[in-house]
Design a protein around this ligand. Sequence first.
Ligand SMILES: Nc1ncnc2c1ncn2[C@@H]1O[C@H](COP(=O)(O)OP(=O)(O)O)[C@@H](O)[C@H]1O
Ligand SMILES: [Mg+2]
Length: 609
Amino acid sequence: MSDELIELEEEEYTSPLTAPTLRRIVALLRPHRLRLAGFLLAIGTTALLDAVFTYLNRAMIDQGISQKDFPILLRYAAYYGGLQIVQAAMVFGFIYTVGILGERIQYELRKAVFNHLQELSLSYYSQNPVGRLMARVTSDSGRVADLMTWGLLDVTWALVSIAASLVFMLSINWRLALTVFATIPILLIIAVNFRKRILAEFRRARRLNSKITGEYNQTIQGVRVVKALGREEENLIEFAHLTDEMYHASYRAAWLSALFLPAVQIVSAFALGAIVWYGGLQSQIGNFSVGDIHAFVSYLTFMIWPVQDLARVYAEMQHAVASAERIFTLLDTPAEVRDRPGAIPAQTLLGEIEFDHVSFWYEEDQPILQDFTLKVQPGETIALVGPTGGGKTTLVNLLCRFYEPKRGVIRLNGRDYTEYTLESLHSRLGVVLQTPHLFSGTIRENIRYGRLDASDAEVEEAARIAGAHDFIMTFEKGYDQEVGEGGNLLSVGQKQLISLARAVLARPEIFIMDEATSSVDTLTEALIQRGMEALMRGRTSFVIAHRLSTIKRADRILVIENGRIVEQGSHADLLRRRGQYYRLYTQQFKFEKARAYGVAPAIETVPLS
Ligand SMILES: Nc1ncnc2c1ncn2[C@@H]1O[C@H](COP(=O)(O)OP(=O)(O)O)[C@@H](O)[C@H]1O
Ligand SMILES: [Mg+2]
């Protein structure tokens, strides 16, 4: 299990139910009120009929069996049978609706959350890893739906059962009824306490279990490091400690579970003793019949289970409420980047691009860009180079409107780009990132994702331009090769080439590559180079690359450091200037040479421009 999931398991918060949360949970049920009413009616009737059956039993015993009055016995038996059929129908009804209701609620919750997640800006994701977010949404919405269906079912059933039993008992003998009823609070307290503690121990055991698995994975994966550092002994001790703790937690959970029922039984045995004792005494003076005793004993049993159900729902409810609150918090997180009121679709992005005194920061006190100004002519190829953390990706993020400037304006075709709809911008931008994302499916499907109506020939042409065709043909199934979940059957370099092909196919008006070929070998990159040059003609392009050979031919090269342009010009200009770019280039050149020959060059290599 990954560290992420361990963290997730540790996040087993509980929350008390507050009025606003309750109101929002109830609001989730509002669209289903008809179905809900039927559902509650069915459960209520079922619970009520159980109490009625006991009452009928009493009449059958006292009026039928004791008096040997068979016609009466038969009549009651007929009532009994008839009501059984009604009850069976009710049981079918609520089990059927509880399933549908649960599915609907879960579906609606997830839909709401996913819709909102799509609107949230990138900054939300940089603080909340996606995998964890998804796992949380899935488990949280399941838990809330469970509370609102099975939890509601148990509570309704329990309350109706207890209330009906009480009414019937009161009608038979109010003194004894009150005595029996007095045991309910005691049972509830015992049940709630046991439930809570059992739940806590189970969760503890589960958490430890994932920790152990995590530890295990780490040790196995890092086995060489462990051996090299002589850490075997320490690891073993840590491991033994965890296993020990888990054993104890499981042991306590089992022990509490075993103790729970006997404790409940002892308390109810007292109530049972009271019934038999009091009933026996009263029956001697003719005030209490055999049927009465039977009815009381049955009603007592009827109440023990509902009380336990109530305790269980109560213990679980606090976790469900915490889940609900997490979902609501997520839904309440405002989306930073969204369409402005009255936004218009952009007709074309093939115009001038202007960063006008743009300032930007991810965190308030750490400005990344300050007063950044840049004009790019349509069709220009701009290369961004510079040290890691300089702000190249941030510039691209702003251009793509994944984020918006905090101050200043970005203009496309002379118009503030926040006046355009996001959809019209994103559909005309082609972005290829360092960490490409593929969907499970075939290579062909993944490329075609760039333009859904492209023909097979167009898909292949795009793959050729992107330099992906050759490696695709090495697969037995060629373009129909499955890429696996998230493309995990391919190497990072192969994934980069496929997403490049996808962007090529999309024919964007602005083309952006952010270290898109960083995991591709030099030879392949040179190959891609030619195809891309043809492609970039007539389009505005931004290229960020490590290898300077890739950016040599750009119309303009910007050297970005600390969010500023420290140098700009063509490759030849910049080399002549012998500044930052010249240093970067010569370093790179030496490095490539050294790699090619397997040795470091003995003399300074000064590239000719
Ligand atoms: N999501 C983020 N949240 C906070 N800081 C960030 C985020 N992304 C990047 N940064 C910071 O912004 C600066 C510029 O990063 P980046 O634009 O990725 O540079 P480059 O692409 O040139 O390596 C770095 O200091 C980096 O730590
Ligand atoms: Mg970057």
